[in-house]
Ligand binder design. Structure first.
Ligand code: NAD
Length: 481
């Protein structure tokens, strides 16, 4: 049994009120450990440690802060197998994915922001006629809160922690209670890398207890949150009267728009990935597929055939392409969409069935589902399912598909497949999303702004955008007449 503990002031500790949550492995449905359900008392202890560490850390040279972050990156890489095994066990994702994507990206996050902070700059503006010079200072905010979801556990937690620390803040972080394991391992790495105690504190627990206590804490001055839109609303409402800085990365229902003039083979291979990577549990997955009518029937046949070949299996099996869904609750939520299919407006073309993996009959395995829908207005196209489920629909004109792509409350990302330059420019401009991919999917450059519009959130992560979020800006105007 794994005994996960909080990491506060550089030390591992049990929750003050001794309340615990079971860790359940999605691959077999069995309890394999326990995680603290921390209360506001633990959050207060984490805050006090962070507050005490803040002045020395914020005054630590950029070179030293950078060196520590690079060391953390190196140590994550040195422990790749251990981290990947933990992530896969906790989340149900194939070990091959954890090893090739999640953990290397967590290391890249620390390395990228370790370098980025050495290049971060402010502006100055001189007005000769008035003999003034304005310059801008960007100071760390203080103690900030980072709250992350279960789908890419260490990947998304480190995407917040690394820039926050690089910019000189101290952090109270809460990973998802569903996947706390790699965040727990990160504490050890931070100690080994020489991160001063109290600079990073990780408190585990439910959103309704630990997460809420972080958001409600009057002196935690900024919250960087990734998770569901409903939770984002709660955070926005709670934080507003305290005027906290907020970055909210929320849900998505992303369109994947396929024109007949695209590079068909590349599109097909990528569309299988963009539909079902990580069991479809990536906020960027293209869950609404719109295909130009002239190639619709052919696409339906080819796509269904490719998806049929995907191997659903135990996450630790190297040949597995689709692992287990993260939890029983989530599995049941995804299943409910399939069971609720209304035959008058949609047809299940493939999958959506429980898969019995030998020896792991209690695991949460679901075969990837393709559903043909008649209208973009149906529930399957309007609500975020966040699982291995995509819908297919045909379209006949640019205007029609653009309208459908935008006719949803979310606006995180979109993908467009076309070799027509004018069309790709027009769609890139008119799609109501924070990210547009043309002839690709999820190719990430960490320098670029990342985030959504509408109910997909506010604020941008990545590059200098997030370093600006994690700093307080002050302008100074000097008259030298
Ligand atoms: P969630 O909102 O349930 O939980 C996310 C985190 O918030 C967890 O750590 C949880 O404990 C915490 N939390 C829950 N209630 C809280 C509260 N009242 N106060 C403070 N914290 C609270 O989301 P989830 O189910 O873990 O993740 C899935 C969602 O995340 C999906 O909607 C998905 O689209 C979204 N997501 C978005 C992005 C993005 O970049 N936009 C990336 C990944 C996932």
């Amino acid at each position: 049994m794994i005994h996960i503990q909080n990491y506060i002031d550089g030390v591992f500790s049990d929750p003050i009120q001794n309340e615990w949550i079971d860790n359940i492995g999605p691959a077999d449905g069995l309890v394999y450990g326990k995680t603290p359900n921390s209360s506001s008392k633990d959050v207060q202890a984490a805050y006090e440690a962070a507050q005490k560490a803040f002045i020395p850390w914020s005054e630590t040279s950029i070179e030293k802060r950078s060196a520590i972050l690079l060391k953390i990156a190196g140590l994550i890489e040195a422990n790749l197998d251990r981290f990947a095994a933990a992530e896969s066990k906790d989340n149900g994702k194939p070990i091959s994915v954890a090893r090739a994507v999640d953990i290397p990206r967590a290391a890249s996050n620390f390395r990228f922001f370790g370098h980025a902070i050495t290049q971060f700059y402010s502006e100055s503006h001189e007005t000769k006629s008035e003999k003034t010079i304005n310059y801008t200072l960007r100071h760390p905010i203080g103690v900030v809160g980072c709250i992350s979801p279960w789908n890419l556990p260490l990947y998304l937690l480190s995407w917040k922690i690394a820039p926050a620390l690089a910019a000189g803040n101290c952090v109270v972080a809460k990973p998802s209670e569903v996947t706390p394991y790699t965040a727990f391992l990160l504490g050890e790495i931070c100690n080994e890398a020489g991160l001063p105690k109290g600079v990073l504190n990780i408190v585990h627990g439910l959103g309704s207890s630990t997460g809420k206590a972080i958001v409600e804490h009057p002196h935690i001055k900024a919250i960087s949150f990734t998770g569901g839109t409903e939770t984002g609303k709660f955070i926005a409402k709670t934080a507003a009267p305290m005027f906290k800085k907020l970055s909210l990365e929320l849900g998505g229902k992303n369109p994947n728009i396929i024109f007949a003039d695209c590079d068909y083979e590349k599109m097909l291979t990528t569309t299988v990935r963009s539909s079902f990577s990580n069991q479809g549990q990536i906020c960027l997955c293209g869950s609404r597929i719109f295909v130009e009518a002239s190639i619709y029937e052919q696409f339906k046949i080819d796509f269904t055939e490719r998806v049929r070949q995907l191997v659903v299996g135990h996450p630790s099996d190297e040949s597995t392409q689709i692992g287990a869904l993260v939890s029983k609750t989530h599995y049941e939520k995804v299943r409910s969409y399939i069971e609720g299919i209304d035959p008058t407006e949609s047809r299940l073309l493939l999958g959506g069935e429980q898969v019995h993996v030998e020896g792991y009959e209690n695991g949460y395995y679901l075969s990837p589902a393709i559903i043909e829908v008649d209208s973009n207005q149906c529930k399957l196209n309007q609500e975020e399912i966040f699982g291995p489920v995509v819908t297919l629909m045909s379209f006949t004109s640019d205007a029609e598909v653009l309208a459908m792509a935008n006719d949803v409350k979310y606006g995180l990302s979109a993908t467009v497949w076309t070799n027509n330059l004018k069309r790709s420019l027009m769609f890139s401009e008119k799609l109501e999303t924070g990210i547009v991919w043309v002839n690709t999917w999820m190719q990430r450059d960490l320098r670029t702004p990342f985030g959504g519009v509408k109910s997909s959130g506010v604020g941008r992560e990545g590059g200098f955008e997030v370093l600006r979020f994690f700093t307080e800006t002050k302008n100074i105007c000097i008259n030298y007449k």
